[in-house]
Design a protein around this ligand. Structure first.
Ligand SMILES: *Cc1c(COP(=O)(O)O)cnc(C)c1O
Length: 491
């Protein structure tokens, strides 16, 4: 991947979306054109939240389901908020968040916005700029390409409240993996029927919490989970998660979750003998799935299990095709997941034709989060060192986020987040353009907390910092990491 700015862009291959299985009259390309202004941005500045904290989410809680009907008087059809979303509830969220319209400039506009915010708020800690315009485009592209598949956003991917509220207003459901995530979404006003508790191995207290709050759907993949459910909440609508790995995915999940298809009959029998209600099948092909045949194979396996369950008398009504989608844009501003969408549409049309009345959902996480959020993390310390053996001058920089925080994607996801240096306007112009071998360190005392070991880096981010009079310390630059998704799987 080339370094540099690449919000929602950066790759050049162009994919087209072929006509859809479920609504041949509908042209996704028209919809894309309608979105227009692919480079328009909507900036929402958010302090980083390191854990899912429901009381914080509470501060933002406005129950949009109720308050932003079609007649919301604050939102005129001429407002930029409405023009950008064509959705009254979503426009109201942009209004409430005081999101800013950046009418031109694309990624550069976001960078300028970041610089403005650094100057205005003197950020000492990591913050996000979330491009909610990007999120809106991704949602519309999804609807255009897979109208029959309702997305349930995987909250763990980035639980930033503005992002959650926008998705809620646009009409997604939510995949929650913990009690904390359930609480966050319920407090934001999401109806329990729009939530799936998509963790196949839940703590007893989490099961009780879901029951108390009317969250009906959950996944399972072991007998032990079935016994827990039978004891604590036999009313759950159970979705059997099967294993369907793409060995080429960036993050294969099958080693941990998903029952082997061969074990499904046994699990269904146990569920049946315990008097439990199995209603569907789910899978997750692994994040950033590359092999389209994985989806086809998994949907075919799901069909098989539907048949087995129906033979036991179950009324199977839900197919959940999981996550694994990436939300990158081509040079024309079109989302590049046409091929995956086509593959899923075809397999669903073949194995779950509409007359069977099966609801199809997905659990995209990165798809919405990855290209929508830019993380800015201030450089707050630096050091020069001469390498004894070579006499070469090397530099160390400390940033406010590391492997124990947002950059855990380097450890767990094998990611290599791109970044660039944004020079703070609080510093004078740089005097040097020399580059040095540099190391970027995270803030903890653990020497393993190293974000980049060797990076050739110009000193311009902090050059002149010592001359600064406002006493705000050595740093002043900020490394702007692109395409970081904050994974907090089990908080
Ligand atoms: C992480 C996760 C997702 C989201 O995965 P992406 O690859 O980011 O789309 C969806 N469902 C489950 C169960 C997950 O664990």
């Amino acid at each position: 991947m080339a370094p540099g700015l690449s919000i929602g862009k950066g790759e050049t291959s162009v994919e087209m979306v072929a006509p859809l299985a479920h609504s041949p009259a509908h042209s996704p390309l028209m919809e894309y054109a309608e979105l227009g202004l692919a480079h328009e941005r909507v900036a929402h500045v958010a302090q980083l939240r390191r854990s899912i904290d429901a009381t914080k989410a509470d501060e933002h809680a406005v129950h949009h389901d109720a308050s932003h009907g079609p007649m919301d008087p604050r939102i005129s059809k001429n407002s930029w908020q409405y023009q950008a979303t064509r959705n009254v509830a979503a426009a109201a969220v942009l209004h409430d968040l005081k999101a800013e319209h950046l009418p031109s400039g694309g990624p550069r506009g976001v960078e300028r916005k970041a610089i403005q915010e650094i100057a205005r708020r003197h950020f000492e800690d990591t913050f996000y700029i979330v491009d909610l315009g990007n999120t809106t485009r991704l949602y519309k592209a999804w609807k255009a390409a897979m109208p029959a598949v309702k997305p349930y956003y995987a909250v763990k991917c980035n639980p930033e409240p503005g992002l959650l509220r926008l998705l809620m207003a646009l009409g997604t459901g939510f995949d929650c993996a913990s009690k904390g995530e359930l609480r966050t979404m319920l407090k934001l006003g999401v109806h329990p029927s729009n939530i799936i508790f998509a963790h196949p191995c839940k703590r007893p207290s989490d099961i009780l919490y879901a029951k108390e709050h009317g969250v009906e759907y959950t996944t399972f993949d072991t007998e032990s989970e079935l016994h827990k459910v039978a004891a604590l909440n036999p009313g759950f609508k159970l979705v059997l998660r099967i294993r369907a790995d793409d060995p080429g995915a960036r993050v294969p999940l099958g080693i941990k979750y998903g029952a082997d298809v061969g074990d499904a009959p046994k699990l269904l029998d146990v569920a049946h003998s315990l008097g439990l209600n199995v209603v569907g099948v789910s899978f997750h092909v692994g994040s950033a799935c590359k092999d389209l045949a994985t989806f086809t194979g998994a949907i075919e396996s799901a069909r098989l299990i539907f048949d087995q369950a129906e033979a036991l008398g179950y009324n199977m009504e839900l197919l959940d095709v999981g996550g694994g989608f990436t939300g990158h844009f081509d040079a024309c501003g079109n989302v590049m997941f046409g091929e995956i969408a086509n593959t899923i549409n075809k397999a669903v049309a073949r194995h779950f034709p509409p007359e069977r009345g099966v609801r199809v959902i997905a659990e995209p996480g990165r798809y919405f989060a990855e290209t929508s959020a830019s993380l800015l993390t201030p450089i707050y310390g630096h050091r020069d060192r001469v390498e004894a053996a070579t006499g070469v001058l090397k530099k160390d920089y400390w940033i406010t986020d590391g492997l124990y925080g947002s950059f855990n994607c380097i450890l767990y996801d094998g990611q290599n987040p791109q970044y660039q240096v944004v020079r703070t306007p609080l510093l004078p112009e740089p005097t040097s353009t020399t580059t040095y071998k540099s190391t970027l360190w995270g803030p903890t005392c653990d020497s393993a907390d190293c974000v980049y070991k060797v990076y050739v880096f110009s000193d311009s981010a902090v050059d002149g910092a010592e001359d600064k009079a406002d006493g705000s310390g050595a740093g002043g630059g900020a490394a702007k990491a692109m395409e970081v998704s904050e994974d907090e799987a089990h908080s």
